[in-house]
Design a protein around this ligand. Structure first.
Ligand code: GLA
Length: 697
């Protein structure tokens, strides 16, 4: 009786005081809220889907991340203790010394072990990263691992959390980022807490406080001829080009001097047929009419050696579906592009990785997998919409998603694509790293030259996209191997840091861009993205998306939409249909903007247009230096939710301009006044002011 009474007392005491301690494992929390620049945090594996191994020890319970990594947890003062072991991960797959494991349909990290987006193929030099792990509580450093390098034994963080309201786990890497920089893991991580409120991960995203606002004016019903105003072709090739026209339907397009061999569908503006057999410039006098009026303009058809006279505009499947892409999605994308975007110049529908079958035929022919039962029919469908069809492969035996590559089958593969009616090839280095003999320029160029020779034999105009992440300063020799565009960076991700690392780094290569030859800082990460079946709205804020699109336009970058087209929302549509902004990208001069002014938290970029005007982007980038290394500044503690706008100015002499300038806001398509010597404007956090300056005569 006495003992029963005692047990009851203990029980009551515990429940009333709330002293019963509970544990939540880190790997059971919402890992999608781990704030990474590349990929997503993984439960019990590294980002590459391999086991978590730190200094030879394999851990079953852990969270694999790439650096830098940030994770914010609300404790509400209920936490009592945090425990974790941390360290840089070794990259080992069972049976493979290094590099990604074989992939399947869906290149989702951990889904099948294939490399995550942002991952370079083997053969891309890996750095030897060092990294620092931090545990922070309410803006204080509670624990710091010190600087760790590959091979170091895991270190233990074992700390009290009494009184802490917000706990943050941060990994900082000073000498490398992402898969090139490092794979890190928090293993056996757990939080003990008392009370009924379970510690919960919360978003670390810094918000600018600005809701999505469509700045692009509503599409006019009047007939209008948009960009591009120039198109390149080589002699006597199958030709397809949709005159970019908008306005209330039905529209009627006429061209009074269409070269022989070409046919115009006047209801759609689609020109098909065979390009002229002689080199030369053909000026097409285009008229578009509807019930409200007519518009006239000239479009130049330049038959010569160059394709892609303006940066290619289109869609690519990668940032949306990753390896999960199928022909239904591609057809649906073609439908949306034809319906909503073709009139604004969007022309390519490109399949990225994930279309190939596992085996070649006995004759060595490359086949499609079950998701592409009729690829030729799909290509024909794309063409029937006045759009062009792009495909993807690798010079190595395997693509980055571990599908079959074109190594030793270059001619055969190009011939196959020719038969399917391909108009664009993205050729991605990936496993060619295991073939290449050394880092010499010859070796870097070899596979790209070889494939170019093969595609020339197809008798099609195939825009050639080199994807090798900028190795060997590709912009210096891309034209030599007949590349029309070349990736200059690692894979883009939908976060601001990634935009800074890709777009905002493109000033030194500016002189190498021009008609037919474009620097490619990777595809657009606006709209619904996800690199897998599991897509979500981009993590970029609306202001960040304006900056992204404005910068890519200033840079004359290829514009390849990377979102799910059947989930195109009105905000994203607004971003993609502003003809004045697109006109900056598609300007015939092909000048790439340069950085003209920089402060610790802003940048100003300027581009020359063919009409003698300048386009200037005033970007409020945010503090890019200390926030990259100071762990406390890497966390959004919730007290700076709305960053105020900032006044950014530019002196006209920095732009090489003298005299009065008419200033036009390109997103709103409104003149904002006449300025002399200087212009300044308020810019939202991570946002942009995009203006055009035209001299007043
Ligand atoms: C690399 C490229 C990406 C994409 C994938 C496909 O990561 O950089 O753009 O093509 O391969 O596996």
């Amino acid at each position: 009786m006495k003992s029963v009474f005692l047990i009851c007392c203990v029980f009551l005491l515990c429940s009333f005081s709330g002293a019963v301690e509970k544990t939540i494992w880190l790997n059971e929390m919402d890992l999608t809220l781990f704030d990474l620049e590349i990929g997503q945090a993984m439960k019990n594996t590294t980002m590459m889907g391999s086991p978590i191994i730190i200094s030879g020890v394999t851990y079953e319970n852990g969270v694999g991340v790439t650096t830098p990594a940030k994770y914010l947890i609300e404790l509400n003062g209920n936490g009592t203790h945090f425990y974790a072991e941390v360290g840089p991960c070794e990259m080992k797959f069972p049976g493979r010394p290094d590099g990604p494991a074989p992939g399947g349909d869906d290149k989702k990290p951990g889904g099948n072990g294939a490399a995550p987006a942002g991952t370079p193929g083997p053969g891309v030099p890996r750095m030897s990263p060092t990294m620092d792990f931090y545990v922070l509580g309410d803006k204080q450093v509670l624990w710091h691992s010190g600087t760790m390098k590959n091979g170091d034994k895991a270190k233990i963080a074992d700390i009290d959390l009494i009184g802490v309201k917000k706990l943050a786990l941060v990994v900082v890497s000073v000498n490398g980022r992402g898969p090139l920089g490092g794979m890190a893991a928090w293993v056996n991580g757990k939080i003990t807490y008392s009370g009924d409120v379970t510690p919960k991960a919360v978003t670390n995203k810094t918000v600018s406080g600005n809701a999505p606002k469509i700045l692009t004016p509503a599409e006019s019903e009047l007939p209008k001829i948009n960009y591009p105003k120039v198109i390149g072709a080589t002699e006597g090739k199958p030709f397809i080009f949709a005159i970019p026209v908008t306005g209330k339907k039905p529209l009627q397009v006429t061209i009074d001097n269409l070269p022989k061999g070409l046919v115009l569908d006047s209801g759609t503006g689609i020109i098909t047929g065979t390009s002229p057999a002689q080199k030369g410039t053909f000026i097409l006098n285009v008229t578009v009419k509807n019930s409200l009026g007519e518009a006239k303009d000239k479009i130049e058809l330049k038959v010569g050696d160059l394709l892609a006279l303006t940066p290619p505009m289109g869609w690519n499947s990668w940032n949306a579906g990753g390896m999960s892409v199928d022909q239904v999605k591609i057809r649906a994308a073609a439908d949306v592009i034809a319906d909503k975007l073709r009139g604004h110049g969007w022309a390519f529908v490109n399949i990225d990785d994930g279309w190939q079958a596992d085996k070649r035929t006995d004759e060595g022919l490359l086949l499609t997998n079950h998701k592409f039962s009729d690829i030729k029919g799909m290509g024909d469908y794309i063409h029937s919409k006045g759009l062009r069809f792009g495909i993807y492969s690798s010079p190595g035996p395997r693509t980055c998603g571990q599908a079959i590559g074109s190594y030793q089958h270059e001619n055969q593969d190009a011939a196959t694509w020719g038969k399917w009616g391909v108009d664009y090839l993205k050729y991605d280095w990936c496993s060619y790293g295991s073939i290449v003999q050394d880092n010499s320029l010859d070796e870097l160029q070899k596979p790209y030259k070889m494939m170019h020779e093969a595609i020339v034999k197809t008798n099609r105009d195939i825009v050639y996209s080199l994807c090798q992440y900028g190795m060997g300063d590709v912009w210096k020799w891309g034209p030599e191997v007949n590349g029309n565009l070349w990736r200059t960076t690692m894979d883009i991700q939908d976060n601001w840091k990634s935009i800074l690392n890709t777009g905002f780094t493109q000033t030194n290569n500016a002189d190498y861009a021009g008609p037919g030859h474009w620097n490619d800082p990777d595809m657009l990460v606006i709209g619904t993205v996800g690199w897998s079946r599991d897509t979500k709205p981009t993590k970029l804020s609306p202001d960040e998306q304006y900056s992204h699109f404005s910068l890519w336009s200033l840079l004359s970058s290829p514009l390849l939409i990377g979102c799910e087209m059947d989930k195109l929302d009105s905000f994203t549509l607004g971003l993609l249909t502003n003809d004045e902004v697109i006109g900056v990208n598609q300007d015939v001069l092909g000048h790439q903007a340069k950085l003209v002014k920089k402060g610790s938290d802003f940048q100003v970029w300027a581009k020359n247009l063919s009409d003698g005007s300048k386009v200037v982007g005033l970007f409020y980038t945010g503090d890019t230096e200390s926030s990259a290394t100071d762990p406390v500044k890497m966390i959004n503690w919730g007290d700076n939710k709305t960053e105020p706008a900032k006044l950014i100015s530019i002196d006209f002499n920095l732009l090489g301009l003298t005299g009065k300038q008419q200033v036009r806001n390109l997103w709103s398509q409104q003149n904002i006044g006449t300025y002399d010597g200087h212009f300044e404007t308020e810019v939202n956090f991570h946002g942009v002011g995009l203006i055009k300056l035209s001299a007043i005569k």
